[in-house]
Design a binder for this molecule. Structure first.
Ligand code: F6P
Length: 351
């Protein structure tokens, strides 16, 4: 019989590298004689006590696979859906499951929302450690989250491919990139893919400024433009486009209508959507997830909890959850990536 038993779950939007992290926590834990069970579909599995044993054979062959073998959901213990639009506080059930299994620690893999929910459980007296995953890279306290590198590579490749079709048709192609309320993904992929205009939530854009940047390119003899726009980007002016009251326009479609209304330029919108979360994680994400996962197992071996694992510089560190729960890491307007982008002529719609 192993000396300790821990639980693990994945919560929030899936992210490439989750399986690599599960494998890393599990294999390192087993090497310390710690057993592991995996709760299914995020906090749902915890409140309903639905789990699988993660022995060494279940942890094999998953390093390179996208998604999560445990399944995930956005459900929160304190607001669990119980049918017909009803919600219930199931925190006591989550605590019961933890106690019935005599867990020594619960590892929660997720983004900012998961961290907040996990922190609530820690306040109920459970030993919790979180690992930061999200393609959005918006978790405070860590330089980077796993999933971000893969999503950035996918979005960069999309921008590369859009260049040739934009060039052939002399069009403005607006590519809408995920990232929730932050612009890390759009900025990273936009710079790496050489987008001509990058629009992120942290720098609200003015329509006139974007239009001027596009028209300047045509005056310079460029026949096409690529605009990378974050799904959460906002327009500082009214945008002034026609839409019916019932229409919910995405950031990219809104901008495309404004471009069509004010110029003779032909524009098209590509929304990358969930493509950015799917498929094989990059080497960098597998490496990061493996480092964070094994570091987490090491913390558990030492009996530590109440922390989020983070990468700071070259080091994995443990940050008290109360310092980061509820915080969001936004792109600072003077971030070096923005400075570099401006120096190569990229417009941000704010000049
Ligand atoms: O947080 C990851 C993310 O992909 C965001 O970039 C995006 O806004 C959101 O999840 C989409 O959520 P869902 O998968 O629930 O549609």
């Amino acid at each position: 019989m192993a000396t300790k038993l821990i639980g693990i779950l994945t919560s929030g939007g899936d992210s490439p590298g989750l399986n690599a992290a599960i494998r890393a926590v599990g294999k390192a834990a087993h090497s310390y004689d710690i057993d592991l069970i995996g709760f299914l579909n995020g906090f749902q599995g915890l409140v309903r006590d639905q789990y699988v044993r993660l022995d060494m054979s279940r942890l094999s062959g998953i390093l390179t696979i996208g998604g999560t073998i445990l399944g995930t959901s956005r459900d929160k213990p304190h607001r669990m859906p119980v049918g017909e639009g009803q919600e219930m506080d199931m925190t006591p059930m989550a605590v019961d499951t933890y106690r019935q299994h005599h867990l020594d620690c619960l590892v929660c893999l997720g983004g900012g929302g998961t961290l907040k929910n996990a922190y609530r459980l820690a306040q109920e007296g459970l030993n919790i450690i979180t690992l930061p995953k999200t393609i959005d890279n918006d978790v405070a306290g860590t330089d980077v989250t796993f999933g971000f590198d893969t999503a950035m590579a996918i979005a960069t490749e999309a921008i590369d491919r859009l260049h040739t079709t934009a060039d052939s048709h002399h069009r403005v192609i607006i590519v809408e990139i995920m990232g929730h309320n932050t612009g890390w993904l759009t900025l990273g992929a936009g710079v790496a893919g050489g987008a001509d205009v990058i629009l992120i939530p942290e720098i609200p854009y003015r329509t006139e400024s974007v239009i001027r940047a596009l028209l300047d390119r045509y005056r310079e003899g460029k026949r096409f433009s690529i605009v990378a726009i974050a799904e959460g980007a906002t327009c500082a002016d009214e945008c002034d486009v026609e839409k019916t009251d019932s229409e919910l326009l995405t950031a990219g479609v809104l901008l495309s209508r404004a471009v069509r209304k004010r110029t003779n330029l032909e524009s098209r919108v590509t929304v990358l959507g969930h493509l950015q979360r799917g498929g094989t994680p990059t080497g960098a994400d597998r490496l990061l997830a493996t480092r964070m996962g094994t570091y987490c197992a090491e913390l558990i071996r030492k009996g530590e909890s109440g922390v989020m694992v983070a990468l700071q510089g070259e080091e994995c560190v443990a940050i008290p959850m109360e310092k980061v729960a509820g915080e969001r890491k936004e792109v600072p307007p003077d971030h070096p990536w923005i400075e570099s982008a401006r120096l190569v002529g990229t417009a941000f719609g704010d000049e």
